[in-house]
Write a protein that binds this ligand. Structure first.
Ligand code: ARG
Length: 453
């Protein structure tokens, strides 16, 4: 039996139900649907559309539905097209005639938009918590890294040494922006669509403001058409999660590189690595690889859903039902990925002597030599040429750079100190730079930021 049997005389064809039903995935909105229905019932009571006793009967029925869903006793019926119809059907079975009043002044169009906003608010909050946990681990590992350093890369070519703490915090700041975005998305989506009805509001004296307040929304919709057509919040959530996934993928890629024998900068804990079914020696960074891999899927969800929205006329269209699966999957995958990555980073052993060895190559201090000349009055472009020439000479003739520096009239023995291990990184003293002074300040600033979350 369907909700629209008054209008359509015959049963919906089985294959239509199979194609159009969303219960399989929207049943996870059950708790939000019940919260929304309770607020709706109270609103109807306030407006005099339900007598107090009727409201009490409906609220008791909603409680029972909640208990049945929680215990697994709720039996879904073949005609339950989505979670909203399933709940209304069961409320009517339990409450009898009063059940027929539950949907007064409401449409599934404003109902589903409400449910999904409530879901997003909660789910993005959970993701934000998981981001904070990851940021916390990055901050801890950065603090613990002390003055350890590694090569900083551009074009994946060794460029200048940077503190390991600086490198870890670089990722952490990206997650901080993700966090900020999630919070802003929740702020923006925190608007109640209930009372918009199917698209145009109602002739009944509903109380959308009261219902919005009861649901913890900052306010109600301004325009009923927009209220049921708007899925910007889903697109925004998908974008936030896609970019977060991309940040995880960039971190993942580095862990893949770092844990390779070629780099040897990191050894993953056994619990956060996997083995090979054939090659006995293998220890594989699958978490880091999947962080990379799943970013593709998250980007796909965003692109797919934007394409669904594109060109849709106002107001509600059934196409909008396609919002849920990508959203749910993006949230699930992001939470799983964040938790696994947090554990992986918490337990990875950084091979700092190997990192430092790689960063101590003679050319690591090339720009320091040039800047040393600048401080003694040579224009930078000229200094760049001098040092570049020495590096080339050193490579071509196989003469150690130190020897050439010592012999150079503008450099000499005094400049040799710059080539000592660990000296170059210690000279990055500008604000936000990669040396010990600014990194300590940066870590402090990051911790203050974390304490706010
Ligand atoms: N399952 C539908 C969705 O997710 C609920 C709204 C359906 N409304 C309608 N008029 N068919 O969008």
């Amino acid at each position: 039996m369907t909700l629209w049997e008054g209008r359509l005389g015959r049963q919906t064809a089985e294959e239509v139900m199979a194609y159009t039903a969303s219960l399989g995935f929207d049943r996870r909105l059950a708790v939000h649907d019940l919260i929304g229905s309770r607020a709706h019932v109270r609103g109807l009571a306030r407006s005099g559309l339900l007598a107090e006793e009727e409201a009490a009967i409906l609220l008791a029925a909603l409680d029972r539905v909640e208990a049945e869903l929680a215990s697994g006793d709720f039996v879904f019926q073949p005609g339950d097209e989505d979670i909203h119809t399933a709940v209304e059907r069961r409320v009517t079975e339990i409450a009898g005639d009063v059940g027929a009043k539950l949907h007064t002044g409401r449409s599934r169009n404003d109902q589903v938009a409400t449910d999904l906003r409530l879901y997003c608010r909660q789910a993005l909050g959970e993701v934000a918590q998981a981001v904070v946990a990851l940021m916390g681990v990055l901050a801890e590992r950065a603090a613990e890294a002390g003055d350890a350093y590694l090569p900083g890369y551009t074009h994946l070519q060794r460029a200048q040494p940077v503190l390991l703490a600086h490198h870890l915090l670089a990722h952490a700041w990206a997650f901080d922006r993700d966090l900020e975005r999630l919070v802003q998305t929740v702020d923006r989506l925190n608007v109640s669509p209930l009372g918009a009805g199917a698209l145009a509001g109602s002739s009944l004296p509903l109380d959308p403001d009261g219902v919005a307040a009861e649901l913890g929304f900052a306010g109600r919709f301004a325009n009923s058409l927009d209220a049921v057509a708007d899925r910007d919040f889903v697109a925004e959530a998908l974008f936030d999660l896609a970019l977060l996934g991309i940040h995880l993928s960039r971190l993942g890629e580095e862990l893949v590189l770092w844990s390779s024998e070629e780099f040897g900068f990191a050894v993953l804990a056994d619990e956060y690595a996997t083995g090979s079914s054939m090659l006995p020696q293998k220890k594989n960074p699958d978490v880091a690889e999947l962080a990379r891999g799943k970013a593709g899927r998250l980007v796909g969800h965003l692109a797919g859903f934007l394409t669904t929205l594109k060109g849709l006329p106002l107001a509600y269209n059934r196409d909008l039902q396609e919002d849920k699966e990508p959203l749910f999957d993006a949230v699930d995958q992001t939470l799983l990925g964040l938790r696994a990555a947090t554990g992986m980073l918490d337990s990875v052993a950084f091979q700092t002597s190997r990192m430092q060895q790689a960063a101590d190559g003679p050319a690591a201090a090339a720009v320091d030599l040039a800047e040393w000349l600048v401080q003694r009055g040579m224009p930078f472009r000229q200094a760049h040429g001098v040092v570049g020439g020495l590096v080339r000479d050193s490579l071509e003739r196989g003469v150690p750079l130190a020897e050439l520096v010592q012999a150079h009239p503008a450099l000499g023995a005094e400049a040799l100190e710059l080539l000592e291990p660990g000296v170059a990184v210690s000279r990055r003293s500008t604000p936000g730079g990669a040396g010990p002074g600014p990194v300590a300040a940066q870590l402090e600033r990051f911790r203050e930021r974390l304490a706010l979350d």
